[in-house]
Design a protein around this ligand. Sequence first.
Ligand code: AMP
Length: 111
Amino acid sequence: MSDCLFCKIMAGDIPSAKVYEDDKVYAFRDINPQAPVHVLIVPRKHMANILECDAETAAALTDAIRVIAHQEGVAESGFRVLSNCGRDGAQSVNHLHIHLLGGTQLPEKMA
Ligand code: AMP
């Protein structure tokens, strides 16, 4: 999608701090990190949110989460993954992305 921020990042039109990539997924550091480790994991195929996610993409995202958690050194200590969806979920970029947060003790409460 030409007007999508994350599509532009994956096309290389906007710079990003790459953490991981494969043929289905691209991951980079959040520009406004909420934890010492804050990575956005994004399917290359444009889809608005988790409701549009197909099984193949879900598997690719899960595989990427596992690799990135080890790479970032949080697999043992633990981390959080979340995906904001729609207005009430406070989604600000309408291209599915998974936040991977860790590197510190995260708050119990999510909202
Ligand atoms: P959400 O609010 O769940 O849609 O998450 C969007 C995330 O994208 C936010 O955490 C932003 O900080 C992050 N973000 C926005 N623009 C950029 C960018 N150019 N590079 C990296 N992260 C970004």
